[in-house]
Design a protein around this ligand. Structure first.
Ligand code: 5GP
Ligand code: 5GP
Length: 229
């Protein structure tokens, strides 16, 4: 009888334990948005922008952030105030960050305040998968791999102030990365809808791009401007 009770106990444990672990890990987030911004569209708005202290960034997409998200469209934020941004953990990445993750907010800064904000709001929610160094390193790797400006220019879509169809923009990025992006628009000083940010999705272990389980909300026109920078 004791033996029977013990085996029932053991079998229940074997059945229940994995679901406990599965529940706790699936609850922290489901995938990432990797978000890149077009500097021309950040700067030509009514609000304008400020170049970083290191000077005008290259005319290229810059990283905005790597954002953990849930499949239902909601997202966690500011998950751990015991792990503040610590630039000494990413000193080997800083020169690349200045080039690839420049800040355009006013007043001018080195970028640290932007990186700190992104780490504290979003990065701290991904620590079950990547630490602070990996958070920034992964983002830099994704920027290089996705090469958005290369994808667009190869399709004849240039940052020249002309309008392009949203379909052609989406199609060129899908053709080049293999995955459907989500395009966010904003408005220039005269109110024209323009290409502002590009969202691609990354699997929850941060190992590569995936098709987005859910897209953010918002709408561009059928034709949008691609301003110069
Ligand atoms: P906005 O309201 O300007 O679209 O977004 C403001 C900020 O909220 C973003 O920069 C980002 O930090 C956060 N945010 C907006 N939408 C999403 C989303 O769909 N997922 C995640 N993880 N963060 C978002
Ligand atoms: P999020 O929208 O990711 O929550 O927050 C972006 C924050 O970073 C804002 O407080 C914004 O002022 C600051 N920030 C600094 N530099 C930049 C930049 O180049 N682009 C954007 N979108 N935000 C920046």
């Amino acid at each position: 009888m004791k033996l029977l009770q013990a085996s029932v106990c053991l079998i229940s444990l074997v059945l229940v334990l994995p679901s406990i672990f599965a529940a706790s890990s699936s609850e922290d987030f489901d995938f990432f948005y990797f978000v890149q911004q077009w500097p021309g569209s950040y700067c030509d708005t009514q609000k304008s922008c400020c170049y970083p202290t290191s000077g005008k960034p290259a005319a290229d997409f810059g990283i905005h952030g790597l954002w953990p998200n849930y499949k239902d469209g909601t997202y966690p934020s500011n998950c751990d105030d015991t792990k503040p941004f610590d630039s000494s953990t990413i000193s080997d990445l800083v020169s690349s960050m200045k080039r690839n993750w420049p800040t355009l907010a006013c007043p001018s800064g080195s970028g640290e305040a932007f990186w700190e904000h992104e780490w504290e709001k979003h990065g701290t929610c991904s620590q079950s998968v990547i630490n602070q160094h990996e958070y920034f390193q992964t983002s830099l790797g994704l920027k290089q791999k996705t090469n958005l400006l290369g994808a667009l220019t190869k399709a004849g879509i240039n940052p020249d102030g002309n309008s392009y169809s949203l379909e052609s923009i989406r199609g060129s990025i899908k053709g080049s990365t293999g995955f459907t992006p989500w395009i966010e628009c904003n408005r220039d000083g005269s109110g024209n809808s323009q290409l502002y940010q590009v969202y691609l999705c990354v699997d929850r272990s941060a190992s590569g791009l995936i098709e987005c389980p859910v897209f953010p909300h918002g709408k561009c026109g059928a034709q949008i401007e691609f301003p110069s920078f």
